[in-house]
Design a protein around this ligand. Structure first.
Ligand SMILES: *[C@@H]1O[C@H](CO)[C@@H](O)[C@H](O)[C@H]1NC(C)=O
Ligand SMILES: *[C@@H]1O[C@H](CO)[C@@H](O)[C@H](O)[C@H]1NC(C)=O
Ligand SMILES: *[C@@H]1O[C@H](CO)[C@@H](O)[C@H](O)[C@H]1NC(C)=O
Length: 445
């Protein structure tokens, strides 16, 4: 009997799954992806968000800003993909699904398919060495998509975007993990499903305001209904019962992310349907609108969803999942924005979540290029100046370590390996950085 190529693939798939199961008992919570270089300035983390088991992928950040993939650590729950047709990368419709506190040496992630949150201790001397603290805990709702630390790193809040949607907050105990805070489970009241149906009409990111007196969530609009910010007052670690609904400027569509504009009492939101929105919080709730809030179109944009600030250039950056362009903007003292420059990252790479790290006085963008199953490192050399310094492959090391990124990854025959897997990159999500010694307030355990 002659076996067709497809049969051979299926056969290898079955063998692979069988041995994979035998070789990977659930206790094997860490997979080695590469060798640590040992001179880490910090680390970058994202999640596989795999519905069969969510893993945190950790890469060392070297003193030159380059990444070295080292470990994948079981996040203690399942990933999930939001409902959207067709299925594409950007599974959670969010920014901030995983966050590190450099001050507290703590990493927090959502497990969107288990409705839980997990926290890990980061070893400052080996920042990809993660140890779960306590057990994963209920997120207080369904389909958690984004988390936010306070500045001290001893309080965490999360937003749920599913059928039971809203926020919840926790104190962080260094031995026991997340401890639910009373009077912090608050509803958003969105008409949603679990997993969420989006991106329109979903919660996108949660942040504390700069003075930490308020907690805010960006909610994307369902055109023609515009998006808005939901804002709770934070008082003695509890939240006001109801949120204030902040309408944004005329023209706002799908505010997705939220980045604090330092010292301006204002927020920048990437707007997936437009470009970006600037929100002057001095206006919030008042009837008299200043004209400092604005909604700005980025010509030719596809899905501008993620944003971050670079202290070294003084400018703000966005990524776009469709055009795979990074856009740099400047915001002046009157909150007036100017587009500085755009930087192509490769048309099919699908640049999604990113974060900015300061390494030896220089800032670097680390962006998850989901469809390329890679992380790109871009150095910010000054305003209007960047250099692409690295494309870190994820799929090769993930395959060799038997780390499944997608539920339906399958196997192809390669002459070089006994097998190599073609990965479903649609679930990969998140990007956060930890920098050693940056406000290293808590002694490591
Ligand atoms: C919620 O959304 C569903 C699906 O779009 C719709 O059929 C239903 O009428 C909505 N319910 C409310 C209360 O708006
Ligand atoms: C609005 O903009 C005009 C200039 O276009 C300026 O003179 C005015 O002061 C602004 N109003 C507010 C409230 O900022
Ligand atoms: C993703 O990458 C594959 C090649 O690996 C390409 O065929 C596909 O068009 C890309 N998707 C997008 C949305 O760019």
């Amino acid at each position: 009997m002659q076996l067709g190529f497809a049969s051979i693939i299926i056969f290898l798939l079955l063998v692979h799954h069988a041995t994979g199961t035998a070789m990977n008992p659930t206790s094997a919570s860490t997979k080695i992806l590469g060798d640590a270089k040992g001179l880490a300035a910090g680390a970058a983390y994202f999640i596989t968000n795999n519905p069969d088991g969510n893993f945190i992928v950790a890469a060392e950040i070297g003193t030159d800003g380059e990444l070295t993939l080292t470990r994948a650590v079981d996040a203690g729950g399942l990933g999930a993909h939001g409902l959207v047709d067709p299925i594409t990368p950007e599974a959670l419709f969010s920014q901030g699904c995983i966050k590190a506190s450099s001050k507290a040496n703590i990493l927090a992630t959502v497990n969107a398919g288990s409705n839980t949150l997990s926290v890990f201790n980061i070893d400052p001397n080996d920042p990809t060495n993660l140890r779960m603290i306590g057990k994963p805990i209920s997120s207080g709702g369904e389909f958690p998509v984004s988390v936010a630390f306070n500045k001290a790193g001893d309080m965490l809040c999360a937003v749920n975007a599913g059928a039971i949607n809203g926020v919840s907050c926790y104190s962080i105990d260094k031995q026991r993990g997340l401890m639910p805070l009373p009077n912090t489970v608050r509803s958003l009241g969105l008409n949603q499903t679990t997993p969420a149906t989006g991106p329109p009409g979903t919660a996108g990111q949660i942040i504390f305001t700069e003075d930490e007196k308020q907690l805010m969530v960006a909610v994307k609009g369902t055109p023609p209904q515009p998006g808005f910010f939901a804002v709770w007052d934070v008082l003695d670690r509890s939240l006001s019962r109801n949120y204030k609904h902040i309408s944004l400027a005329q023209g706002v569509l799908l505010p997705f992310s939220m980045t604090v504009i330092p010292n301006k009492n204002a927020i920048l939101a990437a707007d997936a349907g437009l470009g970006f929105d600037i929100v002057d919080l001095a206006d919030a709730g008042s009837r008299s609108r200043s004209n400092r809030s604005s909604a700005t179109k980025i010509e030719g944009q596809g899905a501008t969803c993620w944003s971050a600030y670079s202290a070294s250039t003084g400018n703000f950056y966005f990524t776009d999942a469709v055009t795979s362009l990074i856009t740099e903007i400047n915001i002046d003292d009157n909150l007036k924005p100017t587009i500085v420059k755009q930087y192509p990252q490769g048309p099919t790479s699908t640049t999604i979540d990113f974060d900015i790290a300061s390494v030896a006085d220089k800032d670097f963008i680390y962006v998850l290029a989901a469809n390329a199953t890679a992380v790109y490192a871009v150095s910010l050399d000054g305003p209007g100046q960047t250099t692409n310094i690295q494309k870190l492959d994820i799929s090769g090391p993930a395959c060799r370590a038997d780390l499944a990124i997608g539920a339906d990854s399958f196997i192809i025959i390669s002459y070089y390996d006994s097998y190599s897997s073609l990965l479903d990159a649609n679930n990969l999500q998140g990007m956060t950085v930890y920098i050693k010694g940056q406000d290293n307030y808590y002694p490591s355990l």
